[in-house]
Design a protein. Structure first.
Length: 256
């Protein structure tokens, strides 16, 4: 079956956030100048070890985990097509947050009125232990690996693939496709590979991919991409200015 892709949606963060992105650009330039040549490509294990060390040395926040400000993802989630997907979730639904980090998506879901089951998955055992301590209700569950018995209505993979090799990314996407029920959706959000994001830090180079590359990974992992969205700092007419992140939604082939 041919992909059901429609024209990308566009949303902006607003020029009020320009100072934040200029600061991020400065950090990116510093990383490239002083660590770009010697940086090693990131893998799941390298990323896990880095974040665990940061947490043990004094705590870590979303702004430290994400290679760029979290506002692009907030804007993508606010798009009508995305927002309606979250609002339509019921008490009987299960959401899997692959790469849950500090649990920011869980807070977003609860604020939108979601009362169903939430499963946070992260390879970082320190993050999982912290989340288990802070969230202890019968509808919230955390794990280091995706349980094979889950059947999710929505799987969210936000700012995760950038920390993985292609093979690791395909494995994550394939597992997510298999865990998604008929009528369910896999939502992937990633930063666009532009000079103004800090993709080199602590001697590690992240794997930022253009949107078509992630589409190919999804298509090769049992998913059919059906919708695309791009967030930019601003726009001129219909032309985005400084596009910074994107979202792709896919449906599992096995459910067709």
């Amino acid at each position: 079956m041919a992909p059901l892709v429609v024209a990308p949606e566009f949303v902006t963060t607003g020029l009020a956030h320009a100072p934040e992105f200029l600061l991020e650009a400065a950090r990116a330039l510093r990383g490239e100048l002083f660590g770009g040549r010697s940086a090693v490509p990131v893998t799941t294990n390298l990323a896990r070890d880095y974040f665990q060390a940061r947490k043990r040395s004094g705590g870590i926040h979303d702004s430290d985990i994400v290679a760029f400000a979290s506002k692009p993802y907030q804007r993508l989630l606010a798009l009508p097509s995305m927002h309606s997907r979250f609002r339509s979730l019921s008490t009987a639904d299960t959401v899997i947050d692959y790469g849950c980090g500090t649990g920011s998506l869980l807070l977003h879901l609860r604020r939108t009125g979601f009362t169903g089951h939430y499963v946070g998955v992260d390879v970082d055992s320190v993050a999982i232990s912290d989340l288990q301590r802070r969230h202890s209700d019968h509808r919230t569950f955390f794990a280091a690996e995706l349980p094979n018995t889950l059947a999710a209505t929505l799987v969210v993979i936000a700012n995760v693939l950038v920390y993985n090799t292609d093979d690791e990314a395909r494995d994550i996407l394939a597992r997510s496709a298999l865990a998604t029920t008929s009528g369910g959706t896999v939502l992937v959000m990633e930063p666009l590979p532009r000079w103004y994001w800090e993709f080199v830090f602590n001697g590690i180079r992240l794997r930022a991919r253009p949107m078509p590359a992630v589409e190919r990974l999804m298509e090769g992992s049992g998913l059919i991409v059906e919708r695309r969205a791009i967030v930019s700092l601003a726009k001129f007419g219909k032309r985005p200015i400084l596009p910074i992140a994107y979202a792709l939604t896919g449906i599992p082939r096995h459910a067709l």
